[in-house]
Design a protein around this ligand. Structure first.
Ligand code: DC
Length: 210
C-alpha cells in the first residue's frame, strides 16, 4: 500500500513548503487541505452569505467542486477569516472528510492541515506536527504578503494569526492538536532546507522509502 503522510500544524509554521517538497521527493500526490476550507468560505461569500452560518456553509461544502481549489482569491485576510469560520462547523468538516480520504486512497498522499493525523487519517504511516513561535510565523506570513505586493502591518498580521490559532485550537470539531504519535518539529530557528532534512529522515524511519 502507498503511504499516507500527515503534516499538521498552525498557520505559517512551514508545513505547506515542507509537505510539497516531501511529496515531490517521494513521488506522492499532495493536498493542501486548508484550500478546501478556503474554497468553502469563498463560496459562501460569493453567495452573499455569512461564513459563520452553518446552513450556508454546509451547502457550500456539499457542492464544492475540485476546480474551486484553483481559484486565485483563496488567500488574504478575508479568505483567512471565512475559512476559519467554516472550519469550525461540524457539517462542513463531515462533508470534506470523504474528499480528503478519496484523494489518498489510490496512490497514497502527503496531506497538510490541522486534523490529518488525528481525524482524517489516524492510521497514517508517518505524522508530523510542525510548529514555530507566533512572532516568527507572523514574520513569515508578513514577508509572504509583501512578496506578493500586498501592504500589511506586521503587528496586525500577528494579532490576526493569534486569533485564528485560538479559534482553531478551541473549536469543538477537530481542534488543532498534535496526534499522540506525531513527530513534533519546531521550525522557529530552522530554514526550509533544515526542516526538510529532519522531516525526511523521520519519514524514512516510518515508511522505509528512499
Ligand atoms: O492552512 P490554512 O491557513 O490554509 O487553513 C485555512 C483555515 O482552515 C484555518 O483556519 C484552519 C482551517 N483548516 C482546518 O480546520 N483543517 C484543515 N485540515 C486545514 C485547515
Amino acid at each position: 500500500m502507498k503511504p499516507i503522510i500527515a503534516i499538521d500544524g498552525p498557520a505559517a509554521a512551514g508545513k505547506g513548503t515542507l509537505a510539497r517538497r516531501i511529496a515531490s521527493t517521494l513521488g506522492l500526490p499532495y493536498l493542501d487541505t486548508g484550500l478546501l476550507y478556503r474554497a468553502v468560505g469563498r463560496r459562501v461569500l460569493d453567495a452573499g452569505g455569512d461564513p459563520a452560518d452553518a446552513a450556508s456553509a454546509d451547502a457550500a461544502a456539499r457542492s464544492l467542486r475540485p476546480e474551486d481549489l484553483d481559484r486565485s482569491d483563496l488567500r488574504g485576510p478575508q479568505a483567512d477569516a471565512a475559512a476559519a469560520s467554516v472550519a469550525s462547523i461540524p457539517g462542513v468538516r463531515a462533508a470534506l472528510l470523504d474528499f480528503q480520504r478519496d484523494f489518498a486512497v489510490q496512490d497514497g498522499a502527503v496531506l497538510d492541515g490541522r486534523d490529518i493525523g488525528t481525524v482524517i487519517f489516524p492510521n497514517a504511516q508517518a505524522k508530523l506536527f510542525v510548529t514555530a513561535g507566533l512572532s516568527e510565523r507572523a514574520r513569515r506570513r508578513w514577508l509572504e504578503l509583501r512578496g506578493k505586493g500586498l501592504e500589511a502591518d506586521i503587528l496586525t498580521v500577528e494579532e490576526d494569526m493569534r486569533q485564528r490559532d485560538a479559534k482553531d485550537a478551541a473549536r469543538a470539531a477537530a481542534p488543532l492538536k498534535a496526534a499522540d504519535d506525531a513527530y513534533q518539529l519546531d521550525t522557529s530557528t530552522m530554514d526550509a532546507e533544515a526542516a526538510f532534512q529532519v522531516a525526511l529522515a523521520f519519514i524514512r524511519t516510518r515508511i522505509g522509502m528512499i
